[in-house]
Ligand binder design. Sequence first.
Ligand SMILES: [Zn+2]
Length: 270
Amino acid sequence: MAAWICVTCGVQQRDAPEPPAVCPICADERQYVGWGGQRWTTMTELAGDHQVVVREEEPGLFGVGMEPAFAIGQRALLVCTPHGNVLWDCTSLIDDAARARITELGGIAAICMSHPHFYGVNVEFADAFDARILIPRADEAWIQRPTSRIELFDEEAEPVPGLALARIGGHFDGAAVLHWPAGSQGRGALLTGDTITVVQDREWVSFMWSYPNHIPLDEATVLEIARRAERFTFDRVYGGWWGRVVVQDGAAAVRRSADRYVARLRGERP
Ligand SMILES: [Zn+2]
């Protein structure tokens, strides 16, 4: 038996003697099947030529990624709080060095993810640290590796006291963000993965139904995402990849990006 990992999205499936015929995450129009066809690997195989890197992003926040990059190439974030740590998003590998480093940082109390493309090997991380996994009920059908550790939530949850996990929708019905009020020296940080994506011009963000296939969202949904984000106070926005960070004035960046997006949908140009 092995818990197969899709090579294109990096999401782990339930234990099975043979890998599934297709990865449901990649068969969806928001992702894609690798050009060479569906391919699978395992965490043991990945550990042979990849390693986990843990790097400080700012005091109390650590990026957790893989080198070389694998699948979608995202990096997760470990938010350290006096009430326990939360792993935001996930990648496809946990190794001994990462286990030791994360233990040193206080372990993981809860794991939550922006959306199903970043589910990675969340069950492996949860098992390693005896952590809860929080998944929005709206995305229940996207759970690829079921476990009794999963707790479903509707609109908002508190993974540990002081952090707010909120369903924002858009990219997925359950697409979520994590609000860390202590981030950015107390000015607040919003961890968004791909729910609100930080683009190359890091003073802006964007919102998509599909990023790899460039399928946009509609006006009402984009405005609703911005509206739901606005109830939080934040200065910094952490997207899903190394360096994809709106360093300051993040709340204004989300608002002006939503307004620009809607203007283009209406055919208005600068
Ligand atoms: Zn996949």
